[in-house]
Design a protein around this ligand. Structure first.
Ligand code: GLN
Length: 207
């Protein structure tokens, strides 16, 4: 993997371009994924922010729900931001009844958890394993995590304001999720952290 891992970005809806750009800056070979065939040689996947109900609907229509579920269950390193976090949750509260997730992370998330009147806001988040200053995190109709299973590592919580203490970044084995959007702020630390995770998973798989 000398030339960098191939990271697919699910390109059905949401801020796809921003993730492609951030991944390329973090030394990955990033490419958009719209069809099941395009999943064949990816080393990892990113599920962007957007609208989880729409991503769910389009994933079903494009025949991607089953294949992506299977790849994630089989250990494919995957990172989801915001709607992508919802798509990686085993359980979703305040979802639409017909909304499906890929699952994989043993957690319960609540959609639009910070309140409907709070469309977007910014807050500081300290991230374990990601060095440097607190992260300046942008939240847009974001979920938060209400329950984590025993194997889920809490990486980040909101540090101040009315939502202080809420879990907004987690890792479960090869899966990473943030309720905020690092792809929008030009701070590459989360994408670099994920690309390192992908390299680590690849090295372990090769033994
Ligand atoms: N509220 C959106 C959802 O339920 C997530 C918003 C986002 O990704 N910025 O999917």
């Amino acid at each position: 993997m000398d030339s960098g891992p191939i990271v697919g970005v699910l390109a059905l809806q949401g801020d796809v371009r921003e993730h492609l750009y951030a991944l390329a800056e973090a030394d990955a070979l990033a490419r958009p994924i719209r069809r099941p065939e395009e999943l064949v040689d990816v080393d990892a996947l990113v599920i962007p922010g957007g609208e989880s109900t729409t991503i769910s609907k389009l994933a079903i229509e494009f025949g991607l729900l089953g294949p992506i579920r299977a790849l994630i269950a089989g250990g494919l390193p995957t990172y989801g931001s915001c709607a992508g976090m919802i798509m990686l949750a085993d359980e979703v509260l305040d979802g639409r009844p017909d909304q499906q997730s890929f699952g994989g992370i043993d957690m319960t998330v609540r959609r639009n958890a910070f309140g409907r009147q709070v469309d977007s806001f910014e807050a500081s988040v300290t991230l374990d394993g990601v060095g440097g200053d607190a992260f300046h995190a942008v939240f847009i109709r974001a979920p938060w995590v209400e329950r984590t299973g025993p194997d889920v590592e809490v990486l980040g919580r909101v540090t101040d304001g009315p939502a202080a203490g809420r879990i907004v970044a987690v890792r479960h084995a090869n899966l990473l999720a943030t309720a905020f959007h690092p792809e929008l702020t030009g701070d590459l630390r989360v994408h670099r952290f994920f690309v390192d995770m992908v390299r680590g998973a690849h090295a372990r798989a090769k033994g």
